[in-house]
Write a protein that binds this ligand. Structure first.
Ligand SMILES: Nc1ncnc2c1ncn2[C@@H]1O[C@H](COP(=O)(O)OP(=O)(O)O)[C@@H](O)[C@H]1O
Ligand SMILES: [Mg+2]
Length: 336
């Protein structure tokens, strides 16, 4: 079942310099999945996520969440439908004058619940995010990761079907990022809540997402299972996110063909690279490597420059083939 259906969504911000932030975007997010939306700054990610709960009204197109067509609802019914959609942000958006517990209570009180009733209902959610011993702390007394945990508890307390996360870990250090992502994954598994993760960081998508869509210049340019999109990027936009441009500093330094090698966990990476050198008697230049070693097997990618001499390159590729390693030619022009 689809939890979020977006059909031909266009959003233009009017004005003298009108900006079309989303142009004919269609997307389906299944119930219970963790879906990533990745793109560079300005690509339209925040606009897209704000259209998912109609914080931003689309110029045209349809948004359906949990069976309700939000784009067809008037304000009152929209407010109701929105209760099934939680949202967390990069900046946490906590109320500074309220304790952790009372921040979690806030949406319940807005809904008309008394403070004491709200507190009773909110406590288990603070516990769920691991903050049971900080309920009386004010936001200024909490770390970034703890603040995001409070924001997550505040979102969960109204029992949403979906949590939209707009760069929710972008202000956090890598270790805290990992722990917040792990928490989102745990909540997804425990509560069955659908999670939409908006990010500019590939590592975030890799860590928790089932599927991913790549957004560039107001369009969805690729989408699919995370491994498929990351191992076989089809567009320049995808390659740019997966192998950052900064990895190659001077185009003039590239003489031979570039190949992207994907390690899928069936081999270790070092013997492969040395094997290529031995097979051809020529050096390879590693431009970029993002591989993880799991039980002695490599997962990830490398971008290699092979010799200009075609015969030597063919020897290397033959060796890769014999080792059943996946490789793809990459156009050097992209790295201008
Ligand atoms: N309220 C707005 N008014 C005018 N332009 C906007 C507004 N919000 C976003 N934009 C423009 O829409 C484009 C996409 O922005 P945004 O969705 O914030 O991108 P991202 O989150 O991927 O960085 C940008 O060009 C941005 O300047
Ligand atoms: Mg944004």
């Amino acid at each position: 079942m689809s939890m979020i259906e977006i059909e031909h969504l266009t959003k233009t911000f009017p004005g003298a310099n009108a900006v079309t932030a989303l142009d004919d975007v269609s997307l389906n997010i299944e119930s219970g999945e963790i879906f990533g939306i990745i793109g560079l700054s300005g690509a339209g990610k925040s606009t897209l996520v704000r259209c998912m709960n109609l914080l931003e009204r689309p110029t045209s197109g349809v948004v359906r969440v949990n069976g309700a067509e939000l784009t067809g609802l008037a304000d009152r019914n929209l407010r109701k439908a929105r209760q099934s959609i939680g949202m967390i942000f990069q900046g946490f958006n906590l109320l500074m004058q309220r304790t952790a517990l009372d921040n979690v209570c806030f949406p319940l009180e807005l809904g008309g619940m008394s403070r004491s009733e709200a507190r009773k209902k909110a406590r288990p959610f603070l516990e769920l995010v691991g903050l049971e011993d900080r309920e009386n702390a004010y936001p200024t007394q909490l770390s970034g990761g703890q603040k995001q945990r409070v924001a997550i508890a505040r979102t969960l307390v109204t029992d949403p079907k979906v949590i939209l996360c707009d760069e929710a870990t972008s202000a956090l250090d890598p270790t805290t990022t990992q722990s917040i992502l792990a928490l989102l994954k745990e909540l997804n598994e425990k509560l069955g809540v659908t999670v939409v993760v908006i990010t500019h960081e590939m590592k975030v998508v890799e860590q928790i997402c089932d599927r991913v869509a790549i957004i560039a210049d107001s369009h969805i340019v690729e989408q699919g299972a995370v491994a498929d999109v990351f191992h076989h990027p089809q567009t320049a936009a995808a390659r740019q996110l997966i192998t950052p441009k900064g990895a190659i500093s001077e185009k003039s330094a590239i003489h031979g063909p570039l190949y992207r090698i994907t390690f899928d966990g069936s081999t270790s990476d070092q013997p492969i690279v040395s094997g290529m050198v031995l097979a051809s008697g020529a050096p390879v230049n590693i431009w970029y490597a993002d591989t993880k070693d799991i039980d002695g097997k490599a997962h990830g990618q490398m971008l290699l420059e092979l010799p200009k001499d075609q015969v030597l390159t063919q020897k290397m590729l033959a060796f890769l083939k014999s080792q059943q390693v996946t490789y793809e030619r990459e156009e050097a022009e992209y790295y201008d």
